[in-house]
Design a protein around this ligand. Structure first.
Ligand code: ADP
Length: 366
């Protein structure tokens, strides 16, 4: 199993930095998902790792081997694209065998490896078909099989499920993630879909503007984001954000007021790194950390705009002053549109971010 190490990778197209000093390590056998909005540099990252494009600066290592200037055929990566890129005039068996034929693998071994991969991907009954005689999901399986058949050192996936419908996409997510764990090939998978990223990856690397924003397990990034961009990018529905002002109380606690929502809450003692002056902050709280409560401990009051039933939970949208707050109702709380309710933010779920988007951490809750 190969460790993939990217050191300060930089790629300019003219004056556009598609990658900007991106440093990242993918552990041997790990499934790491690079996630970020369209245009953040994901495809460029895969292309430079595969050697299809050169870097402007930085280095790529497979274990201790420097790959930065190696031609693509020396890098031994298997790549799967969004559009499958199958050879239309070749059967499934011929498509699967193609990478082995190019490498002059003897016929008997070729057939054996194609048979094994076909079995692994449930393609045994389709070997004589042409790509146009397959469904989208089957075509994508062939594309994965073709990348897998040579047992590459590194797997690179470029949004491979984007062309599939929602049900099939969910099925293929599980299938691909299971397959990767079975074969244990170090994998870098890029997507703009945060649900795909969170459900598939051992770890996620969130990228914006060619820069790495944060890397961690899906749970770490969801619960403990370092940056407002990460907090808002992950999670459905999106985390609630309210503009506020932070100041210290006479007792040294941190108070945040959000005038547009009529909210004033007192949080833990400030860390020394927090500036003692008043400062503009964004108060962020996920819908599962908002509760309906009685008047005495309510942070604010609002009018219920809408309650949506989505099976195992309900989502309520509450108008609080000039803001809208979404809350997730998993218990029997009964509220209806038009009602005025008191709501409270669970203190453990309140996150604060400074004007530059960086997380402001408090030393303790009070
Ligand atoms: P993503 O895959 O995240 O959508 P890309 O890697 O395709 O992002 O693109 C990153 C940035 O680099 C974008 O601003 C894009 O316009 C630019 N870019 C990508 N490829 C080229 C190219 N061949 N020529 C010029 N600009 C490019």
């Amino acid at each position: 199993m190969t460790r993939l190490r990217l050191e300060r990778l930089t790629k300019y197209y003219g004056s556009v930095a598609a990658l900007d000093e991106l440093t990242l390590e993918v552990e041997p056998g790990e499934f790491l998902v690079v996630v970020g909005p369209s245009g953040c540099g994901k495809s460029t990252l895969l292309r430079v790792i595969a050697g299809l494009d050169s870097v402007t600066g930085g280095d790529i290592y497979f274990d201790h081997e420097r790959m930065t200037d190696q031609p693509p055929q020396q890098r031994d990566v298997g790549m799967v694209f969004q559009n499958y890129a199958l050879y239309p005039h070749m059967t499934v068996a011929e498509n699967l065998a193609f990478p082995l034929r190019v490498r002059k693998v003897p016929k008997a071994e070729r057939e054996e490896r194609v048979r094994r991969v076909a079995l692994m991907l449930g393609l045994e009954g389709l070997l004589d078909r042409l790509p146009k005689q397959l469904s989208g999901g089957q075509q994508q399986r062939v594309a994965v099989g073709r990348a897998l058949v040579r047992s590459p050192r590194v797997f690179l996936f470029d949004e491979p499920l984007s062309n599939l419908d929602a049900n099939l996409r969910a099925e293929m997510r599980t299938e691909l993630a299971t397959l990767q764990r079975q074969v244990g090939i170090t994998t870098l998978y890029v997507t703009h879909d945060h649900i795909e990223a969170m459900t598939m990856g051992d770890r996620l690397a969130v990228v914006r503007g060619g820069r790495l924003v944060q890397v961690g397990t899906p749970e770490q990034l969801y619960r403990d984001p370092d940056d407002l961009f990460v907090a808002t990018f992950l999670g459905t529905p999106t985390i609630n954000t309210i503009a506020g002002v932070l100041r210290y109380t006479d007792t040294g606690a941190v108070a945040v007021s959000a005038p547009t929502a009529g909210v004033q809450i007192v949080l833990g003692a400030g860390q020394e790194s927090l500036s003692p002056q008043r400062q503009a902050v964004t108060l962020a709280v996920r819908p599962e950390h908002v509760r309906v409560t009685g008047d005495t401990d309510a942070d604010c009051r609002g009018i219920v705009e809408r309650v949506e039933f989505i099976g195992h939970e309900r989502l309520a949208s509450i108008r609080v002053g000039g803001e809208r707050v979404l809350m997730r109702l998993t218990d029997g709380t009964s509220i209806a549109a038009g009602e005025t309710v008191g709501i409270r933010f669970d203190r453990s779920g309140v996150l604060l971010f400074g004007a530059d988007g960086a997380r402001l951490r408090l030393s303790s809750a009070c």
